[in-house]
Structure formats: structure tokens, C-alpha cells
Design a protein around this ligand. Structure first.
Ligand code: KIV
Length: 264
């Protein structure tokens, strides 16, 4: 069994093979997801909502992410492990380097940052110093208060063009992966085709190279509410490992996400 690396994901993209990602926050779930074949695990700052019970991701700290990254690292053998840089932990390139170092030393293979043009210098500096970066565009939850709520992004032509330009610039700056969240299907397709690096979608349609979901949504235990773009696979299968296998299979076959999970 060979480990998933950024080169593996690049090869998947080149071969047109879809890959699957999930959030994970502890060793046991991470181990189960990993052994069922999830390719990428993200210690997401979504933990602020699904673990800590906050209304958004802003209260999550670098210590929180580092602790859960150490837990997840102990559970996995194959998957690529990405750790989220929490709100204001990368406001300057210097902060980003200090905090990303903490997450890499906790066991991450890559760090994820939310934002566009303002991050280019940070992405380059991190990459040059040996820290691979996953960028995140579209509905970036750390900016929820700027957006005025959890809203689909890139619906008008100007914003769609800006997001596409930012995606290209982040790739040129050194980002090795890109997450696009809650953007129209057509925009996600354009970005995926325009970039060489793999693009992972959530609420972005079936044309991205990979998909990511929050594990609590897949298992139907997100405080009574499952976002439109997600799917409760536990309800469909009745067993956690079967739910994960169903998610992997549906992504692989292009069944998930379908039009009911996407935005036009
Ligand atoms: O924090 C998180 O879980 C995320 C995913 C939803 C992409 O950023």
C-alpha cells in the first residue's frame, strides 16, 4: 500500500481518476476512513462548529488544530493529511511560517489557507521553505462575516473572473492543491480545467478532480442540519464503514455530487 502524496493526486488528475477526501479529528475515525480508502484527510477548522459547537470557525486556535492533527496522524497509514490554518494564524507571512511549522511538526503533510491575492507571498514563502500549501477559494468560512453569511460565491461574472484569476495566481505562487467551496458548477469546471494542480470541490459540482465533505454531514450527525451540498451516507447504508465506501464509490463513478447538491 503506497502512501498518497501530492504527486499521487497530480497523477489522479492527469488520469482523470476522481479522488475522495473527508474531514477527520481523531485517530479512530481517521483510521477507519483511511483503511476504507479515503485519499485525503483534512483536520478542518470546521471542528469549531462540529466538535466545539460554535456558530462559525473563528474561535478555533492553532493549538486546537495541532492537537487534533497529532490524533489523526496516529490513526492513518495511507491518506495525505492536510491541517487547516485557523483564523488569523496566517495574517502575515511570518505568522504563517511559525504556525504552519507547528502543524507540520504535529504530523500534517500540507497546510490549508483560505484566501486569494493577499496570500500569494505567503504561499510562495511557505512552499520555498518546504511546507506544501492547499489554497481555498469561494465560500471561505473564515470570512463569513465579510460575506454576510454562508453564501454561494462567484455567481456574478466579475466575482467568477476574480476567483478564476486568484486560482491561477495561487497555482503560480506554488500552491499544490486547491479547495473550491460553494461556487457554481460551471465556474468550478472552468477552474479545474484551467489549473494543472488538482482541485477539490465541496458544493462545487462533479467536475472537480476530487470531492471533500465534513464527516459529521456524511454520518448525519451535524446538529440536525445537513448542508444542501452534502449527503448523509449513513442513512443510506446503516453502517459507518459502508457509508464511507458508498461515498468513495459514488464519487468515483460520478454519481455524487448530483444536481441536487450543486449550485448553478
Ligand atoms: O474546515 C473544513 O472542514 C473545510 C472543508 C469544509 C473544506 O475547510
Amino acid at each position: 500500500m503506497s502512501k498518497i502524496t501530492s504527486s499521487t493526486l497530480l497523477k489522479f488528475k492527469q488520469e482523470g481518476k476522481k479522488f475522495t477526501s473527508l474531514t477527520a479529528y481523531d485517530a479512530s475515525f481517521a483510521g477507519a476512513f483511511d483503511s476504507e480508502g479515503i485519499d485525503v484527510l483534512l483536520v478542518g477548522d470546521s471542528m469549531g462548529m462540529v466538535l466545539q459547537g460554535h456558530d462559525d470557525t473563528l474561535p478555533v486556535t492553532i493549538d486546537d488544530i495541532a492537537y487534533h492533527t497529532r490524533c489523526v496522524r496516529r490513526g492513518i497509514k495511507r491518506a495525505l493529511l492536510i491541517a487547516d490554518m485557523p483564523f488569523m494564524s496566517y495574517a502575515t507571512p511570518e505568522q504563517a511560517m511559525t504556525n504552519a511549522t507547528t502543524l507540520m511538526q504535529a504530523g500534517a503533510n500540507m497546510v490549508k489557507v483560505e484566501g486569494g491575492h493577499w496570500l500569494l507571498d505567503t504561499v510562495t514563502k511557505l512552499t520555498e521553505r518546504g511546507i506544501p500549501v492547499c489554497a481555498h477559494l469561494g465560500l471561505t468560512p473564515q470570512s463569513v462575516h465579510v460575506f454576510g453569511g454562508f453564501k454561494v460565491q462567484g455567481r456574478d461574472a466579475d466575482n467568477a473572473q476574480r476567483i478564476l484569476n486568484e486560482a491561477k495566481a495561487l497555482e503560480a505562487a506554488g500552491a499544490q492543491l486547491l479547495v473550491v467551496e460553494c461556487i457554481p458548477v460551471a465556474l468550478a469546471k472552468t477552474i479545474t480545467e484551467a489549473l494543472t494542480i488538482p482541485v477539490i470541490g465541496i458544493g462545487a459540482g462533479a467536475d472537480t478532480d476530487g470531492q471533500i465533505l465534513v464527516m459529521h454531514d456524511v454520518l448525519g450527525i451535524s446538529s440536525g442540519y445537513i448542508p444542501r451540498f452534502s449527503k448523509n451516507y449513513l442513512a443510506q447504508t446503516g453502517e459507518i464503514r459502508s457509508a464511507i465506501r458508498a461515498y468513495i464509490e459514488e464519487v468515483d463513478k460520478g454519481i455524487f455530487p448530483s444536481s441536487e447538491h450543486t449550485f448553478s
